[in-house]
Design a protein around this ligand. Structure first.
Ligand SMILES: N[C@@H](CCC(=O)N[C@@H](CS)C(=O)NCC(=O)O)C(=O)O
Length: 276
């Protein structure tokens, strides 16, 4: 990490220590990682009169680090993967909403970061790296933090189930949403094809989760990639009763505080769906 700037913030007479502390918190709220906050207070013996005391300036020095990550996202399973990951890792980030219903993904400034016009994408100002594709982003963040990627044998299982999500769970369940939720009645063939495929995928995941607590053994980016898609089980017309191990896994991940925070980025739309 590099020190990006030193802010010298003069705050006038009514700035009590409490106000100064609030200033530090406000800066943290926009995502900067604060390392040092220091308030220099005058000693009363140096103040000649009430008037000069009122003129006295408290100075707050803050050193900021450029560890912030810009996350371009929307309220969809692919977007939520990355906000959940960032919340799990506790990395400072700023969510930038790209409303795909308003075609904001086609704006030239977004295409410069995500040439395939899809969210999510990130810009890591710490390293200067920008990335599209949720699987690549999850791998990058796991590598950056040294967490949630699995180790040894689990590492390859993590890659295996992450790739299964990217190549199968996401694309197939996305088609199920398209035909079963948004275009019902337009194609019986497509509804059956993707409805059946959704159930087949649920069966594969349920079997795996009957053998292991999480997809790659330990909780990992494979689970973080998959869970937001399963959170749309109602859109996919799936009844969890036939998939008890998948339901156990779904509920355990839904209970994680980081998942609950990351789900509502960049804004809250509905509560997390919860099967009985
Ligand atoms: N393979 C991509 C898929 C991303 C994707 O499909 N994003 C959708 C929202 S979930 C999107 O941005 N759609 C806008 C569009 O296709 O124009 C990934 O995993 O990041």
């Amino acid at each position: 990490m590099t020190i990006s700037q030193i802010m010298l913030r003069p705050v006038r007479n009514k700035c009590t220590t409490a106000n100064s502390v609030r200033a530090v918190v406000n800066i943290a709220a926009i995502g900067m990682r604060l390392r040092i906050g220091w308030v220099r207070r005058p000693s009363f013996s140096t103040l000649g009169s009430v008037a000069s005391r009122l003129q006295w300036i408290h100075v707050l020095f803050v050193i900021e680090y450029t560890s912030m990550i810009d996350l371009y996202t929307w309220t969809t399973p692919n977007g939520r993967k990355v906000s959940i990951m960032l919340e799990e890792l506790g990395l400072p980030y700023r969510a930038i909403a790209v409303d795909i219903n308003a075609n904001e993904q086609f704006k030239p400034e977004f295409l410069a970061i995500s040439p395939n016009n899809k969210i999510p994408a990130i810009v890591d100002h710490d390293t200067g790296i920008s990335l599209m594709e949720s699987g690549a982003i999850l791998m990058y963040l796991a590598d950056k933090a040294g967490r949630l990627r699995g180790d040894g044998k689990n590492g390859w299982q993590t890659v295996e189930w992450l790739m299964m999500q990217m190549g199968s769970v996401g694309p197939m369940l996305g088609q199920a949403h398209h035909f079963l939720k948004f275009n019902r009645g337009k194609s019986d063939y497509a509804e059956k094809r993707y409805g059946d495929e959704a159930k087949r995928i649920y069966g594969v995941l349920n079997k795996r989760l009957g053998e292991a607590e999480y997809l790659a053994g330990d909780y990992s980016i494979a689970d973080i990639a998959t869970w937001p898609w399963i959170a749309r089980y109602e859109w996919q017309g799936v009844d969890f009763a036939s998939y008890p191990d998948l339901k156990r896994w779904y509920r355990a991940i839904a209970a994680r505080p980081a998942v609950q925070r990351g789900y509502h980025v960049p804004k809250e739309v509905t509560p997390i769906p919860m099967p009985a």
